[in-house]
Design a protein around this ligand. Structure first.
Ligand SMILES: NC(=O)CC[C@H](N)C(=O)O
Length: 378
């Protein structure tokens, strides 16, 4: 069956369908990872986006649920050069096409993904329509013209957990605010025996205080950080009370909460080999990235933020820390998945920061905190 991808600039790609049938809209972005398509498909930060992989062979190792980065795929479409329907991998449970069909996601193969990527690099990310239908091109173009930006916004509530849940451990209690968190973050915290409570994106500061955390982890997530002003307010309210570590969207929200600004990049960073320099040590780390927005450099002036990391390719901000409070953040993905494990030390740094904070600011005993919470209204 035929599938077509129409770009906002009028370019039409005609290829072969390998996922669900129907029509989907999204922002067209590219990822340069050579492996990792399962993690890309299931990373909630891609919610609302049609993803094309620059690596030309996709599907050869199939789908293994153990490799998922959330419970389901979130992409709004998947565009590849060559799709391999028969996996050659003892771990594979089914094919990429089967996964896409199960979740109503359209896949298009046999298109020139190199040309598609060059167009996006030249013009910047754009809206796209992916269809397996036979609508006349004019009809698709009218649909494109009528597509409002609102259709592609407010993805955080679509990906965040609706209810809080715990992932118990015997170590530090971490409240993980889920803006569309990748499983890798929880995995890294659990590996360190943290007692994690995962909470929805709109959990209030007061509700978080009642959970009596030792530290707060701000997760990654989809869309524009300015779409979640309530999250910015909550972080601003809790700044200084608890050590915090922000990842990707969490980093952008921390910046907004500290008075800085964010802006959209032309075509973003998505892949597993982005070089980032840690300014203090001068060391370069290879990082996994997936973002379309960035913290504006000029807006840092006059805030309490310090730049700790920069991207070696385009010099954009990749890491921040608060000059007064134990809070830091990175624009990239220390949990990797997919990507290099170079940066998992940042979770150890977060826990060291929490322990030092606890030494310097001993908390009232948990029982007393619980008693106070019980007395207060719920
Ligand atoms: N991975 C993320 O958290 C992405 C953050 C944000 N949605 C962006 O595209 O910049």
């Amino acid at each position: 069956m035929q599938a077509r991808l129409l770009l906002q600039d009028g370019t039409l790609f005609t290829g072969t369908s390998f996922g669900a049938e129907g029509k989907q809209t999204g922002e067209v972005v590219f990822n340069t990872g050579i492996t990792g398509y399962q993690e890309v498909l299931t990373d909630p930060s891609y919610c609302g986006q049609i993803v094309t992989m620059t690596y030309p062979l996709i599907g050869n190792y199939g789908i293994t649920r153990d490799d998922f980065e959330s419970v389901r795929p979130y992409v709004h479409g998947f565009a590849v050069r060559h799709y391999e329907p028969v996996p050659s991998n003892w771990r594979a449970q089914y094919s990429v096409g089967d996964l896409l069909k199960e979740y109503g996601i359209i896949g298009i193969s046999d298109i020139d993904t190199r040309m598609l990527t060059r167009i996006i690099r030249h013009h910047g990310t754009m809206k796209g329509i992916l269809t397996t239908g036979s609508q006349p091109l004019e009809e698709l173009k009218e649909m494109m013209a009528a597509m409002t930006i609102e259709e592609l916004r407010n993805q955080v509530p679509m990906t965040s957990t609706p209810h809080l849940f715990s992932s118990p451990g015997n170590g530090e209690r971490i409240v993980l605010i889920d803006y569309g968190a990748k499983s890798g973050i929880l995995r890294e915290l659990n590996k360190r025996d943290c007692d994690v409570v995962v909470v929805p994106h709109d959990t209030t500061a007061e509700e978080i205080r009642r959970l009596d955390p030792d530290g707060i982890q701000l997760s990654n997530g989809p869309g524009d950080p300015k779409d979640v002003p309530h999250a910015v307010r909550t972080i601003a309210e809790l700044l200084g009370e608890y050590p915090m570590f922000g990842i990707c969207l969490g980093h952008q929200l921390f910046a907004l909460a500290s008075g800085a600004d964010t802006e959209k990049l032309k075509f973003g960073h998505r892949g597993g080999n982005h070089p980032v320099k840690e300014l203090e040590s001068g060391r370069c780390f290879i990082t996994s990235q997936n973002h379309g927005y960035t913290v504006n450099e000029d807006s840092i002036q006059g805030t309490d933020l310090e730049v700790t990391h920069i991207n070696n390719n385009d010099k954009t901000i990749e890491g921040l820390k608060h000059s007064k409070y134990p809070v830091f953040s990175v624009q990239y993905h220390p949990e990797a998945a997919p990507g290099p494990y170079d940066n998992s030390y940042l979770f150890d740094r977060f826990l060291d920061m929490i322990r030092e904070h606890k030494r310097n600011h001993p908390k009232q005993p948990r029982q007393a905190a619980i008693a106070a919470a019980v007395k207060g209204e719920r």
